[in-house]
Design a protein around this ligand. Structure first.
Ligand code: 2HA
Ligand code: ZN
Length: 276
């Protein structure tokens, strides 16, 4: 088969294009990775070339030994993924120790996986464990309104979660576990990956101050949908704060408790604090 006809590759490409069209991927901003299912590996492995070298991941992910991932390329533009998939994305294989990877398809003409590979893989490892294998997508982008909020709100999980929940009634239903926040750190390395994956154990969305957002999910629709929802809530908050610094009315803690009961979602009390 033509590997580009595989449904998981089409879904990944569509997510890249949709993210670009939202304005989340200036230049080479953002990156995405997908942990392939065994049947998807079988479906496309005829197209694999095994002559490329194993390269250190620069962190250890033993929980991902032997897994295959579809990944965006470092320095590649989301804008170009749909136009030339084989030059801008790749499939990588993780070795049996979870310490090295090799490219088995894609990035034709040269290139390496996303500069955020350590964060992606450490997040995948945590999410695979925490969800019994259900989560497969990690997606990072530079959502402008989320980034803007990191200049005006305290970098605090409780504050971001509560303020974003208040912006649209369905937010707490879509991210009932809340949102994690990471203060400014150098991107691309192991340190930010360790900090991010620690939070990913608890949350499906985490915000990197003055940088962007990471989302985790089972498939492309719900991962993209989560990011879209958080960014839209952030946009509404920016609009509200642009008009006046305080809210004239809002959704109250008791309203959230009633919502949680009606929608059968557990909304942790840590986010329903009194604001005085
Ligand atoms: O440019 O988004 O975080 C790619 C990135 C790095
Ligand atoms: Zn980034």
């Amino acid at each position: 088969m033509n590997i580009l006809e595989a449904e998981f590759i089409k879904g990944f490409i569509r997510m890249c294009t949709d993210g670009f069209l939202q304005g989340w991927h200036e230049r080479n901003g953002g990156n995405a990775t997908y942990r392939m299912k065994p049947e998807e590996v079988s479906e496309v492995k005829e197209a694999f070339q095994l002559e490329r070298e194993f390269t250190p991941i620069k962190t250890e992910v033993p929980g991902l030994a032997g897994e295959y991932f579809l990944v965006t390329g470092s320095g590649k533009y989301f804008r170009n993924v749909e136009l030339a998939p084989a030059s801008n994305i790749a499939i990588i294989e993780i070795d049996s120790r979870g310490e090295n990877y090799r490219i088995v398809w894609g990035l034709e003409g040269g290139g390496v996986p996303t500069s955020e590979l350590p964060s992606h893989l450490m997040n995948h490892e945590v999410k695979k464990e925490a969800t019994g294998g259900a989560h497969r997508v990690i997606y990072h982008s530079h959502t402008p309104n989320v980034i803007a909020l990191t200049f005006i709100l305290p970098i605090d999980d409780k504050v971001f979660t509560r303020e974003l929940w208040e912006m649209m009634t369905e937010c707490p239903v879509i991210f009932p576990d809340g949102i994690g926040t990471v203060g400014w750190m150098v991107p691309g390395g192991r340190e930010i990956a360790v900090e991010s994956s620690r939070l990913m154990n608890k949350y499906n969305a985490i915000i990197w101050a003055h940088h962007g957002i990471f989302c985790s999910g089972e498939d492309f629709d719900n991962t993209f949908g989560l990011m879209h929802t958080v960014e839209k809530a952030a946009e509404i908050l920016i609009k509200v704060l642009s008009v006046r610094p305080d809210k004239f009315k809002t959704i109250t803690p008791q309203n959230f408790r009633d919502l949680g009961e009606a929608f059968q979602v557990n909304l942790p009390e840590e986010f329903l604090y009194d604001k005085k």
